[in-house]
Ligand binder design. Structure first.
Ligand code: GLU
Length: 485
């Protein structure tokens, strides 16, 4: 059996988006599952739109997601280079073969002539396609065109009357008729190959066994299949994964929210959360479980459970999955990942975060249950860093009653009993305060909350107070009441 080798072949024309990340992930999972190779190749033949900046963005996003490759850009390998603009020689050889066997020819039509051809076809209600007028040029005609200074493109000679059958691993048997396809350009006039040609040469020379990619490429597949035939090469197995739709069932676009991986990263989605979510965009495991680590996905993933029908991008589901991963994640890593958001919110500086790592962890262990994404710490963590100004008239009134200073003092004494503060210790201090001063719960709980936080809602006091410590609790109480206790 052929060695399992898959690739992700992004065009570096923008940041890595959700659809691309899903393709990368499916290829990665399949390669890892079958102990194969996973290759990253850069398809940068669109010179105007490709940039190194996008390539870097894609690489960063893949690595952040935990999708690493063992061969390709930055990693090397025996069938490189792995950037298409560095492979022109390889394409040149394949073109020569196609020219020799008559499967390709030079076409000298100018853009204006092609445009006129299309207009005429439309006027006759025909499908616009290249009519093959340069198919059989004589050497003299070619010389003439060259003499005129025309720069040719190279077109593939599409065989007539042929059915092209693709046995797609997701979509089943798909048949295309060659007669609907005009002779297409495989090398542009500047000598740069087109996608449909370069992809075939690369997938062949890189010994790719399976191509998993988005359904939008299904219509390219017969063009690629004909090239495999003409070059007498065996094509890889194809698996076209369905489109990703927004909740309104139209193709996922910026209208539906962020489409780039980077945006989700910036909003504080965990890589394992996003990976889990992406895996479920088109694939489903057996059973009810929906939360998986990368290792579990590698074990469970297979193409026979990839659906033909479109996947719907549901942000709520992403939030829920990410929430689950936040609960399961390693606390110190989670805390570290949350620091930039705390710094951005102005709660502390990066240096302070280093010094207070233990306290931050204690805080995170309390607030993680309320987080869907790390950026939510901006709301959830605020009261751990400062009290809000005591502005609400109802709250002010509540803590200006006569018994309050004495009650708070008693509470502080019970908190400060020489033992390490714990949630249980705080609960006990509330009880003892009530008992000692013969007060009811409502005379104690809400006033303490207001004195410590300035507001009437927020985290549980028995969770907040151990993180703050007695001194900070006292300082805040004195500040909010404007008096020493
Ligand atoms: N460069 C193509 C893209 O980014 C790759 C398609 C393929 O996987 O063949 O869509």
């Amino acid at each position: 059996m052929k060695k399992v080798r898959l690739r992700f072949a992004p065009s570096p024309t923008g940041p890595l988006h959700i659809g691309g990340a899903r393709s990368a992930l499916f290829n990665y999972l399949y390669a890892r599952k079958y102990d194969g190779d996973f290759i990253v190749r850069i398809e940068d033949t669109d010179l105007d739109r490709s940039s190194r900046e996008s390539e870097e963005n894609i690489k960063d996003a893949l690595l952040w997601l935990g999708i690493d490759w063992n061969e390709g850009i930055d990693r090397g390998g025996s069938v490189g280079p792995y950037r298409q603009t560095e492979r022109l020689e390889t394409y040149g050889k394949a073109v020569e073969r196609l020219m020799e066997t008559g499967s390709a020819y030079r076409c000298y039509c100018s853009p204006d002539e092609l445009e006129a051809m299309r207009e005429e076809q439309k006027a006759r209600s025909e499908m616009p396609r290249y009519d093959g007028r340069c198919r059989n040029l004589t050497p003299e005609q070619e010389d003439m065109f060259q003499f005129e200074g025309r720069k040719p493109v190279i077109r593939f000679r599409v065989p007539e009357g042929k059915s092209i059958v693709i046995d797609d691993l997701v979509r089943g048997r798909v048949v295309f008729e060659s007669d609907g396809i005009g002779d297409y350009v495989i090398v542009k006039s500047d000598g740069i190959p087109t996608y449909n040609f370069a992809v075939v040469v690369d997938d062949h020379t890189m010994e790719i066994s399976h191509v998993i990619r988005g359904e939008e490429h299904l219509s390219n597949t017969p063009r690629q299949s004909m090239l495999y035939d003409a070059l007498d090469w065996e094509p890889p197995a194809f698996a076209h994964v369905s489109l990703i739709l927004g909740k309104d069932r139209s193709k996922m676009s910026k209208r539906h929210g962020s489409t780039s991986v980077e945006n989700y990263r910036n909003a504080g989605y965990l890589p394992e959360g996003l990976v889990n979510f992406l895996a479920l965009l088109g694939w489903s495991p057996e059973g009810e479980e929906e939360i998986f680590s990368m290792d579990e996905l590698i074990r469970l993933f297979d193409l026979d459970r990839v659906a033909k029908n479109p996947a719907v991008f549901d942000l709520e589901k992403l939030r829920w999955i990410n929430h689950q991963h936040i609960q399961r994640g390693d606390l110190s890593r989670l805390t570290e990942s949350a620091v930039p958001y705390l710094v951005e919110a102005g709660f502390l500086t990066a240096e302070q975060a280093d010094q207070e790592a233990d306290r931050l962890e204690a805080m995170m262990s309390v607030i993680r249950s309320g987080l869907d994404a790390l950026e939510d710490v901006k709301d959830r963590a605020e009261l751990f860093f400062h009290s809000r100004p005591l502005e609400d008239p109802q709250a002010r009134e509540m803590v200006s009653q006569d018994y309050i200073p004495d009650m708070l003092r008693t509470f502080l004494t019970h908190l400060d009993n020489g033992e390490k503060l714990t949630p249980g210790g705080v609960k006990k201090a509330f009880k003892e305060t009530m008992k000692e001063l013969d007060l009811k719960g409502k005379q104690v709980f809400m006033p303490v909350r207001i004195a410590v936080t300035g507001v009437m809602s927020g985290p549980e006091m028995h969770e907040l107070i151990p993180v703050l410590g007695v001194d900070e609790v006292r300082r805040r109480m004195e500040q909010n009441l404007g008096r020493t206790l």
